[in-house]
Design a protein around this ligand. Structure first.
Ligand code: ATP
Ligand code: FE2
Length: 330
């Protein structure tokens, strides 16, 4: 099938088109707040203004028309309510106007499935690190399960918040990565792992405190990265032994970070596992990832009624059946 995917849970509105073999197109427009964090209503206005041009561009790039589309998939949650509503409305409109089936998609499932499509990882343990989410996920008993996650804020949000307070615009992650490369002094930032759970708000507090004590921005950024990435590598490794799986997949916006990629790769190497690092272009939110998850659902015969396409701002990945993977180990 040929599937169109619409994404718009947070800062980016995007349309991607995929088929079984490849990504045919992927076009996005990101909302950049003039200052401060993302204001949901302003982001939603941005999405409403840009969704039609983004869809038109994705169709043009793929050389297709709506007649060629077999399914319209859209990100149903989790995310910002007003943003989700814009995207769901657009998807319903396309579905009704062109009589195409519609499928709501869990956003983290999209991050995971585009990573698998690009890497050919069969049944990996995943570290999904983005703005709002920091989760270790594996496929067990018919669906993806969250084995560990942050108990407070997502790692990306922590980085963005630290950046913002220091005058660095959204997204802060890439700039922090650059600064960290020039740091070398490891400051005593709290390493917070409890079982499979991580926590990042204490790191934020400590980072601000070190800055006001006169430590350099470079060393503080370096320390934030070293500590939080080591925490995640630890829980990821534990999840591998727990599940007996042999592959690792790194997904989500923070997965673009080279230091994190390096740490996860070297852990995998030492443990004799394969690490798949999602292509950087598809780490951040994009329509192709929603299309890919929709495609897998469609191929398994999963169909959604238009009445059930309401948004779900707290949608969790373990609410969805994922019968397209045979768990290698349970
Ligand atoms: P979610 O998937 O939880 O809904 P999101 O949709 O906001 O979150 P993504 O687009 O997947 O997130 O990722 C955005 C996040 O990735 C931002 O917090 C941004 O700072 C972070 N990020 C992007 N590039 C880097 C980098 N090189 N290093 C660290 N973080 C990065
Ligand atoms: Fe995301």
């Amino acid at each position: 099938p040929v599937v169109m995917g619409l994404e718009g849970t947070a800062h980016t509105v995007s349309c991607g088109i995929v088929d079984d073999n490849s990504i045919l197109s992927n076009c996005s427009s990101s909302y950049v707040p003039p200052r401060g964090g993302i204001h949901p209503r302003e982001a939603a206005d941005h999405h409403a203004d840009h969704i039609v041009p983004v869809i038109e561009k994705a169709l043009a790039e793929s050389g297709l028309t709506m007649k060629d589309i077999d399914l319209v998939a859209f990100s149903q949650g989790p995310g910002l309510g007003p943003c989700l509503r814009v995207v769901a409305t657009a998807a319903r409109t396309l579905s009704l106007k062109f009589s195409i089936p519609i499928q709501g998609v869990n956003h983290p499932l999209g991050h995971v499935e585009i990573g698998r499509k690009l890497s050919k990882a069969a049944d990996p343990v995943m570290l999904y690190v983005s703005g709002g989410n920091t989760q270790v996920i594996a496929h067990l008993r018919g669906r993806y399960r969250v084995l560990g996650e942050t108990t407070d804020i997502g790692l990306g949000n922590m980085l963005d918040k630290f950046a913002r307070e220091n005058g660095i615009p959204f997204p802060g992650g890439p700039r922090i990565e650059e600064l960290a490369r020039r740091g070398s002094k490891l400051l005593e930032i709290p390493y917070s792992v409890k079982g499979m759970e991580t926590s990042f708000s204490g790191i934020l507090t400590a980072a601000f405190a070190f800055l006001s004590k006169g430590e350099s921005m470079e060393d503080v950024c370096y320390s934030i990265q070293e500590v939080s990435f080591a925490m995640l590598t630890e829980v990821l490794e534990r999840a591998l032994y727990y599940t007996n799986k042999r592959e690792i997949l790194l997904a989500g916006g923070v997965a673009r970070n080279h230091r994190l990629r390096e740490m996860v790769s070297s852990m995998a190497k030492e443990a004799g596992m394969s690490a798949y690092l999602t292509d950087e272009r598809y780490c951040m939110d994009n329509g192709a990832m929603i299309a890919q998850a929709g495609l897998l659902m469609y191929e398994k015969g999963m169909r959604e009624k238009i009445e059930n396409t309401g948004i779900n701002p707290r949608f969790r990945i373990d609410e969805v059946e994922a019968p397209w993977i045979e768990s290698s180990n349970n």
